[in-house]
Design a protein around this ligand. Structure first.
Ligand SMILES: Cc1cc2nc3c(=O)[nH]c(=O)nc-3n(C[C@H](O)[C@H](O)[C@H](O)COP(=O)(O)OP(=O)(O)OC[C@H]3O[C@@H](n4cnc5c(N)ncnc54)[C@H](O)[C@@H]3O)c2cc1C
Length: 436
């Protein structure tokens, strides 16, 4: 489940272009308005509970979504456009409009997962029953490589990232749309754009990214753009194009290439979903196998929920993992290295169902994205896109390599962060034991 802005794209430019306008002047002629409805965000209400017996979306992420909407309102206003917010669903909202007010065209973001796809199917069916059904245009996905640029049919989508990347890189990145021209930056202000400019042009941190990207805790070792990319407050094309500009103006090296490489992971999971569909969200994954970390008889393991709770609460006794889990709960952020270690530990050392971890991350992460989260969890669990059967990290070795002086663990300890005991139920809910 993600935050989806139905009929409105935070990156206003795409919205305008696809609706036929190019600038705010022509936008006035065709009366473009953004619309935020309750179709997807309604699931963020506290009544919507995951199988862990906790809400789908934490209060922290809801606050982040409110900030994004606030920025959007400002951006729409300064582009001379209207942004309408309603607690109604899209169809309920349309039903209340007079015939003259009904839009002729609805631009809807490309679905980010199976729930969003189901929402879209419902919206299509319901709008088709309106007296004057609007035309529905599904906007291209927020990917670096557009669907029509893929060098293969989606049915031939490679099952591993390396094979996918090799196919994409048969062409130079300069030949892809994202690298070409400079588009009007109608939406390029606000916190996402500020962070992008800082990571590239103000700090030059991108020029060292390949060496620094395995950092931990706060800092500029990685771009920290994921939370805005996840809700389309930033478009992958803009990040890609900015990297190309940086390479032309400053330096092109392995690090600048590596940021493109990492962005391509988002595309990989998006196109994988287009290829394998809902299997990406199932316990056996698209490989349709039992996770190697999990016993067939896990349900009769009396201690399994206790181990899961100790992971959630950062009380496993493994100090590196405990620091990661406490930071995650307190900040709703976590570096890629930390996420990989936490996931591997839950799956391969604590032998818990990987999807419990995915639900926990889904609840907390500010940058939660259905495909990136569930795709990465399935990968580490051995039921996803990894060509290796098991990806079991040796945690003491990881801690020694990435936190050699223990400064990250010390920093977390100094914050005094604790995860409350009632953050997940004390006994396993039936819903948690039912899945899988
Ligand atoms: C178990 C697990 C769960 C994850 N859940 C999410 C999630 O819900 N949302 C999310 O955006 N990322 C997720 N990731 C991927 C990755 O950890 C984050 O994208 C990254 O840490 C974000 O920090 P950054 O923006 O500084 O990344 P950078 O290192 O600066 O990378 C640039 C961008 O590339 C993309 N990216 C990088 N690595 C990956 C990856 N492995 N998979 C997909 N995209 C990637 C992100 O959009 C990121 O912003 C997960 C990884 C793991 C191991």
């Amino acid at each position: 489940m993600s935050f989806d802005l139905h009929t409105v794209l935070p990156h206003i430019r795409s919205h305008l272009e696809h609706a036929g306008g190019k600038t705010s002047d022509s936008a006035e002629e065709i009366e473009i308005a953004g619309l935020i409805t309750a179709d997807s965000i309604h699931r963020s209400g506290s009544q919507h509970v995951s199988p862990l017996g906790i809400p789908r979306v934490s209060a922290g992420r809801q606050r982040f979504y409110s900030e994004v909407i606030h920025t959007l309102e400002r951006q729409y206003m300064s582009a001379g456009l209207q942004l309408i917010r309603t607690h109604a669903s899209l169809v309920e909202y349309l039903q209340k409009l007079d015939a003259a007010e009904l839009p002729s065209l609805l631009c809807i973001p490309s679905p980010k997962g199976s729930e969003e796809r189901d929402d879209l199917t419902r919206i299509r069916a319901e709008t088709s029953r309106l007296a004057q059904p609007p035309e529905i245009l599904i906007l291209p996905p927020n990917t670096l490589i557009d669907p029509d640029e893929l060098p293969f049919y989606i049915r031939d989508m490679p099952g591993t990232f390396s094979a996918f990347r090799r196919r994409i890189e048969k062409r130079s990145y300069d030949e892809y749309r994202f690298a070409q021209g400079s588009a009007p930056d109608l939406h390029m202000d606000g916190p996402a754009a500020d962070r992008l400019k800082f990571f590239l042009f103000e700090s030059d941190a991108i020029s060292r990214y390949k060496e620094t990207r395995n950092g931990l805790g706060p800092g500029n070792y990685s771009s920290r753009l994921s939370k805005w990319l996840a809700v389309d407050a930033l478009h992958a094309h803009d990040v890609g194009r900015s990297i190309r500009e940086y390479e032309q103006q400053r330096v092109a090296n392995e690090s600048t290439y590596w940021l493109i490489f990492e962005l391509l992971w988002r595309d990989f999971y998006y196109y994988l979903f287009r290829s394998v569909g809902d299997l990406m969200f199932t316990p056996r994954g698209f490989k349709m196998i039992q996770s190697p970390g999990l016993q067939e008889s896990w349900r009769s393991d009396k201690d399994i929920w206790h181990r899961f709770r100790s992971w959630v609460r950062g009380t496993t006794g493994q100090d590196f993992i405990d620091a990661i889990m406490r930071e995650l709960y307190a900040t709703a952020e976590s570096s890629n290295r930390a996420r990989q270690c936490a996931a591997s530990y839950l799956i391969h050392d604590l032998n818990c169902p990987w999807w419990w971890g995915a639900w926990w991350f889904e609840y907390l992460l500010l940058d939660y994205h259905p495909l990136s989260n569930w795709g990465n969890w399935a990968y580490i669990a051995g039921v996803g896109a990894d060509s290796r059967p098991v990806r079991h990290f040796n945690i003491p070795k990881q801690a020694a390599a990435y936190d050699p002086q223990g400064s990250y663990r010390k920093w977390v300890a100094e914050q005094g962060w604790n995860v409350p005991g009632d953050v997940v139920p004390r006994t396993a809910p039936d819903s948690a034991m039912a899945q899988g």
